[in-house]
Design a binder for this molecule. Structure first.
Ligand SMILES: Cc1cc2nc3c(=O)[nH]c(=O)nc-3n(C[C@H](O)[C@H](O)[C@H](O)COP(=O)(O)OP(=O)(O)OC[C@H]3O[C@@H](n4cnc5c(N)ncnc54)[C@H](O)[C@@H]3O)c2cc1C
Length: 297
């Protein structure tokens, strides 16, 4: 009989994992994939092209519905996994449903970083991570809303470019004295800045976000040096972190942590050693122990 294997996260890593598993051991596992996004797995990297109007949203799908079906995979999308009951080997989903597993893989990717500043939870403050964000950004642009993008790395530049191309007045603010400071030296960053400005994007450097102001909705951003930028929306595009909640719950609630580590694995196409995040590990490696995990948090 096939062993029940559940994958949490319906992203790029999950799609690749199912591809590999079914190539080498079709039928060995009864695979279920649980993803909170309301669509089939897609190539997240191409979201920037969708935002820029260069690719249609349906074109970035990694695999068709029939591909998953042919491999006997149970797909549940639009479902948030909320809890892992390790003792009973059950995964709980937001709608109170439970799924039994023999092996559980966490392929939950990363979550966008939100700056911890006053006003960060106001309506109109968003991130750029999934296709729901792209739909919203395109709506803002169509309505000519004034948008501030926080972050002058690749993600921020791609968000600003897509928004501006779609018609939004965009200001990009960046903490450092030059764009993409990790990748570019000063002359190259200056050249990039002038090219981006030619696209109609206003760029503010040395811009440290002090707070986002507004009554119940964003009205603007105030910088630490007192500068104010009026805005209808703020997009955080300043990095990402691993969504740890599910993993943290597993280990914090368990009296029998080693057996959990043996049955729960994390798989990520983007391992991280960022402080506070669980390092993505490949199934070929021994899983992280709870002790090691708590040292990192
Ligand atoms: C706009 C953009 C451009 C990018 N460009 C590049 C690039 O050029 N090059 C590059 O190398 N990388 C790029 N990246 C990063 C790249 O997309 C990620 O590294 C990659 O998507 C990671 O794949 P993953 O499958 O591990 O996670 P993800 O693709 O993030 O998939 C994880 C899935 O799990 C879901 N999930 C999380 N928690 C739960 C839960 N509790 N229950 C159910 N589902 C859950 C998430 O909603 C998500 O759908 C880009 C990212 C973005 C957003």
């Amino acid at each position: 009989m096939s062993e029940p294997l559940v994958i949490v996260g319906n992203g790029m890593a999950a799609a690749r994992l199912v591809d590999e598993l079914t190539k080498i051991a079709l039928g060995r596992y009864a695979i279920a994939v649980i993803g909170d996004e309301p669509r089939l797995a897609y190539n997240r990297v191409l979201l920037s092209s969708v935002l820029a109007g260069e690719t249609a949203s349906h074109e970035i799908e990694l695999r068709s519905a029939s591909w998953w079906q042919d491999r006997g995979v149970t797909l549940k999308y639009g479902c948030l996994a909320t809890e892992i009951d390790v003792g009973r080997r059950e995964l709980k989903i937001a709608n109170d449903e439970s799924i039994a597993f023999s092996k559980l893989i966490l392929a939950t990717g990363s979550a966008p970083l939100r700056l911890n500043v006053p006003g960060a939870d106001l309506a109109g403050v968003r991130t750029f991570r999934d296709s729901r964000d792209v739909d919203l950004l395109l709506t803002l642009a169509a309505q000519k809303k004034r948008v501030v993008v926080v972050g002058g790395g690749l993600l921020g530049l791609e968000a600003a470019y897509g928004l501006a191309k779609a018609g939004a007045p965009v200001t990009l603010i960046h903490l450092m004295d030059r764009l993409m400071e990790r990748q570019l030296d000063a002359p190259a960053a200056e050249l990039l800045k002038s090219l981006v400005e030619r696209k109609g994007i206003k760029i503010l450097l040395n811009a440290n976000t002090a707070r986002i102001y507004g009554e119940s909705h964003v009205e603007g951003v105030e910088l630490a040096d007192g500068r104010r930028i009026e805005a209808d929306a703020v997009i955080f595009a300043a990095g990402s972190t691993i969504p740890c909640k599910l993993v943290r719950r597993v280990f914090s609630r368990s009296a029998n942590a080693p057996s959990i580590a043996a049955s729960v694995m994390a798989w990520s196409s983007r391992p991280t050693s960022r402080r506070g995040c669980w390092r993505g590990i490949s199934p070929a490696m021994p899983p992280a122990t709870p002790a090691a995990w708590s040292r990192r948090t």
